[in-house]
Structure formats: C-alpha cells, structure tokens
Design a protein around this ligand. Structure first.
Ligand code: ADP
Ligand code: MG
Length: 729
C-alpha cells in the first residue's frame, strides 16, 4: 500500500492528544522566564541594580557583575531542573540557533561540579563558519561571537524532559559587523527612539525615550503529519510543488471564523500554553480564509522582545505540532490556488510618558503631534518604498505578493477616507502666508470623531500592503516565515531618517522667525504634497491599480533578485550608514546572503520537482498508460469497432502527451540549472534561477503534472491530494 493510502487509513484512528487544562493563564504566564521580578529574588542587591541599569540603558552587562548574575540565573534555572545553557540567536539563515553546554564540569582535581561563570553568560564563540556571512568573516576576521542582549530576558526551553536555559544574544564578528538579524534591529530602534524623542520635544519636554511597539499576526496552515511525510516537496521546501486544486477550495468561505477543528484546537491550546510559559502574550486565535489555515496574534510588545517572541513561537509551534501528529506549515504559499500566509506587522511608537504617537489626540496640541508622526511615516514609506520592498523580499514571498490575494509588490499606504480628508484640508488651508492670527487653522478638526471612525472595520482596507488601522500602521506584506526583525529594522531606520530631516527643516523655519506650530504645519504640508502619490485607497489586488501605479511612478518589483537591488543603491548606503545601522560592507554582505538564500531555495524546489516527477508522477502515469493501452488492444482484438474504444484512445493520447511534456521539461530544466550554476556573479545567478529555471519551467511542469493527477487512476497516485491534506484531520 502506498504511503498516501496508509496515511488515509490511519487518519481515522488518530486520537486527539490530551492537553491538560491548566489553571488561569496568569498562574503560569512567564514561569519559564528570568524576569526582572525573578532577578530580584535570585540576585544580590548589587547584581540586581547592575542588571536593571543595563536593561534600561540597553547596555552590555558589567563584567564584574556577570558572575554574580550568572550564579543567580543558574540557581533559578536549577529549581526548574535545567542542566544546560545556550546562547540563543537569530542568524541570517532565518531560523534560530543554539549550541548547548552543560552546567556540569570537572575541576582540575577531577571534582565534578555544576557551574555557570559570568564570562559564559555574557559572551560565547559559536562555530560561526557554518552561518552565512556574505563574505564578511573572510574579509575581516575569521571569528564571530554571541553577546547577551539584556533587553531580552533569558528563558527556559523544555523539550520532553530536557530543559535548557537560553540566553538571547546578538551575533557579531570580532570587528563589529552584525552577523544576525538582532543587532541591526537594536541599532535601528535606538536611532528611531532618539530621532522621535527629539521631535516629541516640540510638544512635550518630559519625553525621555520613545519605544517602538510591534504586534505581529502569524498565519499558518496545519495538516496531518502522515500526509506531510508522504509529500517530499513539503518536507524539503515547505510548499507543494504539484497538486491540482480540489473541487472545493475556499469558494464557500465557510472556514473563516468557523469553528476550529478539534484536533487543531487541542494543538493550539498546547502551543499557547507553551508560549505562555515563555512569556509570549498570545491573545487571539482564529481560522483564516483558506481551509486548514489559522492565525494567532499576541498583545503588542517592545519591538525587540516581540521579534524574539515571534521567532520563539515559530519554533514552539513546529515542535508542539509533532506531539499532535500534525505539521505546521509556515511557508508563504504552501498550496497553489489557495490563499497564502502572511505575518502582519502592527507597528507604532510610544513615549515613556505613555502616549501612543500614532493615536489621534483629543486636543489640538496632541493632534498636531499625531499628525506629525503620521505624516512622517507616510513620507518615510514614500521616500524609501524600494528599501521597504527589499526588506520583505524572499523566494517564498514571491509566490504571495501580487498573487491576487495578497498585498501587491507595489508599496502604497492606506489611511482611510477620514484621514485622507484631513490631509486634503491641511494641504488646502495651510498657506505660506499663514501666521499666528490663523492659529485656528491648527485646530484642524480631527479629534472629534476620528478614533471611533477608525476603529470601525468599515473604513478598513484589507488589500493594502501598509495600512493605518486607527492607532498603528500595519505592514501586511511581510511573509509568514520571515523573521520580523528585517522589515522592522528598515521601517525604524527610514522613520529615524525622515524624522531627523523633519526636525532640521522645522528648526530652520523657526530660526527664520516662524512660530513653532506654524513651522511644523508648513513642513507637514510640504511632506503631504511630496508624498501623496504613495497614498492609495482602492483595491490593491486589482489590475487597475497596477496601471495606476505605473502612471504615478511607483515601483512594482515582482521578483526577489531585482527587489534586493534596493539594498545596495547609493540612497540605501547613505540611509543605513548615515544612521549607523549598516556599513557599506555589511549591506553588500547582506545583499549577497539574501541572493544566495534565493538561489538555494529555487534550486532545491527545482530538484524536488524533477525528482518527484521522475520517481512518482511519471511511473504512476505510465502504469495507467499501460493499462489503457492493454485495454484498447483487448477491445480491438475482441473485434469491437473503433467507435467503442474511441474514448479510451483519446484518454491514452492525452496522458501520453502530458507524460512526454513533463519528461522533456524536466530534462531541459536540469540543463538550465547547470547553466546557472556556472555563473560567477551571485546576482546574475539569482536572476538566472528566477527566469531560466523557475519562470521557464515550474508552471509548465506543474501544469502537465496536475493534468495527469486528474486523469490517472486515483489508486495509482502516490502523492496526497489537496482535498485530503486540506480537508481531512
Ligand atoms: P486585526 O488587525 O486582526 O483587526 P487588531 O487591530 O485588534 O486586529 O490588532 C492586531 C494586532 O495589532 C495585535 O497583535 C495587537 O497587539 C497589535 N497592536 C495593537 N495596538 C498596537 C500598537 N500600539 N503598537 C503595535 N501593535 C499594536
Ligand atoms: Mg490585522
């Protein structure tokens, strides 16, 4: 029996894995996190104060204190049965990395003890050679190290009975270049905090710091593990490279907000409980539009912690799914013809005085502050749309962006009718002649009904890649498998750059003698005029918008190899170097790494396609072809007329055509891959893989394979079908 039929047969025997119902979430929330409260309990006054100071200032731990802190941390971890520790980091491969060391050690006299010294807490040297560095380590130093980032608290990961203390770290080379996603994010967040604080001082001198907030929404698919195992393409690439749509896809839209299937529900509760222990504040769960698709979202947090939590959640989801004999698919487009998955990044800024800078205010003064940050965001997205586009570019996201069910590759901003009107008012009413006597103009009427209106879903647009949703912007073009750090680094950097520019322009007007509020209004007006072409309220999935975007001169780069160009333009170099985020070399290195990732992904998909076609699809088709051929021959021999086996013959012809098309294309694709592999320049190679391998053959091969799936005897077909993977649990 084929693995597909075994999977089908076993499905009905699958029981829900029991998930205990713990007490209230609050009774175990963050129980596996070394929180500030835990630190208070396990550290000396001195060590505690030092740790708190480092957290507050975002600084490295004082070396003299490190051993005390490490001892306290070990004491706490041992109460939880922890035996090992690891530096946990987010390398550019896109997963997370750990290297476990035990507390256990032998002293020189042979005594066995448990130990965690300060040096091991604050710095480690993982074998960095296996992580991508885009040539950086070769050019500079051979080694890299991980260093504890105290702004993110240590936590305990439980895998079965094994428990490991994880120290969140950044990963850098000895000469200081970032080798991970986290270090640049911290720099960019700091840059934005500084620039935003200075702008806040126009309105409120008490603001000491601005925090960046992120609330992500994670979409994912869940399927039975046995089906997953019977699909080598899912195992190797995360998506199905073949598969004919089932008779019922999502036309009925009955899945969205429908009741959650029981097995998946048990899985959700289980991974939620694991997440709660790790301090991930998950809040919502629901079905998504596509069958077998779901979403979860936490309460928003400070951006670096939110990023860690999302990375951690993706690990937890994957691990817990296996306990339930399920598999979670985080790929952006696991199934063709069915909605893909995204990771909406809800982003805002909040002052240490507790004001959300993207929430409309209640007084004219707070409104002007809101308008300032709101318009600066639009300007930032307008000016750096290409860089923002590059930040979400990846091979899997190419399947989703612009696929008529996901935000297009054109970066535009949706702000809703009401705020559009406000911007128009500002544009029309603020004039160069405006002076203090016109101060009533400043009270542009946005505070009355705006919050209610914005919160109302009717004024929402779900087709925009970057939408204002009442008190935050939602960057929707981020892919479901992506690390949020990269898009957040870029968003924070472009916002920091724009706010700095804004401040210098306002200051220049003030110096010329304009009153502060008037000067701010003038610059805001200018920014609206300069960036309004990025605003779009209509249907972002429509063809009309693509045409309109061309007229407006907005970039629409559909493929990753080309989208990534924006990382290494003069403008990008000035942006990132000017704000201290990436050096010239770091940008070049990252560009190289992203291109290499793209090449590898397409290469693997192409290989898997060829292998599946040759070893599973064609043999099944040929077996069926034989059956049909024998049948026709038999009928003929029995003396029946042509007419009586006409249908069989036509079917035989169709199948034969598809068989030869598949095998020809597979052969040519393999040749094309070889040609690409001989290219030296990474960018050329990536473009080669995209145009000469992916675009030239993927759809073509898939078309014929999917036709065969519909023609060949179901009993012969070894790959689980869409209807099985998507509807059976
Ligand atoms: P939806 O977009 O699905 O309608 P919500 O608007 O309720 O859902 O919120 C979506 C996400 O936005 C949540 O993850 C939430 O934490 C996040 N969010 C809400 N306020 C902020 C904020 N000020 N900064 C960042 N994220 C926020
Ligand atoms: Mg949303």
């Amino acid at each position: 029996m084929s693995i597909r039929f075994q999977a089908l047969e076993n499905l009905s025997n699958k029981k829900n894995v029991e998930v205990g119902s713990p007490n209230k979430t609050t009774s175990f929330f963050a129980s596996n996190v070394f929180t500030v409260q835990v630190a208070r309990e396990f550290l000396s006054d001195e060590a505690y104060k030092s740790l708190k100071a480092s957290i507050k200032a975002g600084m490295k731990i004082d070396r003299n204190m490190a051993s005390q802190i490490a001892n306290g941390m070990r004491a706490w971890a041992e109460t939880k049965g922890v035996t090992h520790f690891t530096h946990w980091f987010q390398p550019l491969t896109g997963t997370t990395a750990e290297k476990h060391d035990s507390f256990f050690t032998l002293k020189s006299d042979g005594t066995a003890i448990e130990e965690f010294d300060g040096a091991a807490l604050i710095q480690q040297e993982p074998d960095a050679s296996s992580f991508p560095s885009g040539g950086l380590r070769a050019t500079f130093e051979a080694r890299g190290y991980t260093a504890w980032d105290p702004s993110s608290p240590p936590f305990v990961i439980e895998i079965g009975n094994g428990k490991t203390l994880c120290i969140p770290t950044i990963f850098v080379s000895y000469t200081g270049e970032s080798l991970d996603y986290k270090a640049p994010l911290l720099k960019a967040t700091e840059a934005l905090s500084k620039a935003a604080t200075e702008v806040c001082h126009y309105f409120d001198k008490n603001v000491g710091k601005v925090n960046v907030t992120l609330g992500w929404e994670q979409e994912y698919f869940v399927i039975d593990e046995a089906f997953y195992n019977a699909r080598p393409d899912l195992v190797m690439t995360g998506r199905t490279v073949f598969g004919s749509g089932s008779a019922k896809n999502q036309q009925l839209e009955d899945h969205y907000f429908g009741s959650i299937p029981e097995r998946v529900y048990a899985y959700m509760r289980d991974f939620e409980n694991e997440s709660y222990k790790l301090g991930i504040p998950l809040r919502t769960r629901h079905n998504e539009v596509a069958p077998a698709q779901f979403e979860c979202a936490p309460i928003f947090e400070e951006v670096s912690v939110a990023v860690d939590h999302n990375s951690l959640l993706m690990d937890v989801m994957d691990r817990v799914a296996r306990r339930h004999n399920l598999r979670v698919l985080l790929h952006e487009k696991p199934f063709a013809g069915i909605n893909g998955s995204g990771k909406h990044n809800n982003w805002s800024m909040a002052t240490d005085t507790g004001v959300n800078l993207l929430a409309p205010g209640k007084t004219p003064k707070t409104n002007l502050m809101f308008l300032t940050f709101f318009v600066n965001t639009i300007k930032a997205v307008h000016d750096y749309a290409d860089v923002l586009r590059a930040s979400i570019a990846s091979a899997p996201n190419d399947h989703r962006l612009g696929a008529n069910e996901a935000p297009p590759a054109i970066i535009s901003v949706f702000i809703g009718q009401y705020l559009s009107k406000v911007l128009t008012d500002v544009k029309e009413r603020v004039t160069s002649k405006m002076d203090e006597t016109d101060e009533s103009l400043l009270k542009i009427d946005i505070h009355k009904s705006i919050p209610e209106l914005l919160m109302d879903n009717t004024d929402r647009n779900r087709t925009s890649p970057f939408a204002f949703t009442g008190n935050k912007f939602e960057f929707r073009a981020v892919g479901s498998s992506a690390n949020c750090a990269n898009p957040m680094t870029v968003l924070n950097t472009i916002m920091a750059a724009t706010l700095k520019q804004f401040k210098s322009e306002v200051d220049a007007l003030i110096e010329k003698g304009e009153k502060k509020e008037i000067a701010i209004m003038h610059v805001i007006r200018e920014y609206i005029v300069k960036s309004e072409k990025v605003l779009f309220e209509g249907d972002g999935y429509s063809e009309a918008w693509e045409k309109e975007a061309v007229k407006r001169g907005l970039p629409n780069v559909k493929t990753t190899p080309l989208a990534l160009d924006a990382m290494v333009t003069k403008k990008a170099m000035a942006l990132f170097e000017g704000n201290g985020i990436y050096s010239h070399q770091e940008l070049e290195a990252r560009h190289e790494i992203e291109l290499e990732k793209y090449i590898k992904k397409v290469q693997i998909e192409s290989r898997v396609m060829a292998e599946l076609a040759t070893s599973q699809v064609l043999p099944a088709a040929i077996r069926y072809q034989n059956t049909l051929a024998n049948n026709v021959r038999g009928l003929k021999e029995a003396g029946l007329t042509e007419k009586s086996f006409k249908v069989h013959r036509e079917l035989l012809e169709k199948i034969s055509t598809h068989i030869s098309k598949v095998s020809e294309a597979v052969e040519k694709m393999t040749e094309a891959r070889k040609a690409c592999n001989n290219m030296d320049n990474t960018r050329d190679k990536a473009i080669g893989y995209q145009t000469k391998v992916k675009d030239a053959f993927f759809d073509e091969i898939r078309y014929h394979v999917d036709k065969l799936e519909l023609l060949v005897d179901d009993n012969e077909w070894s790959l689980p079908k869409y209807r099985e993977m998507l509807f059976l649990r």
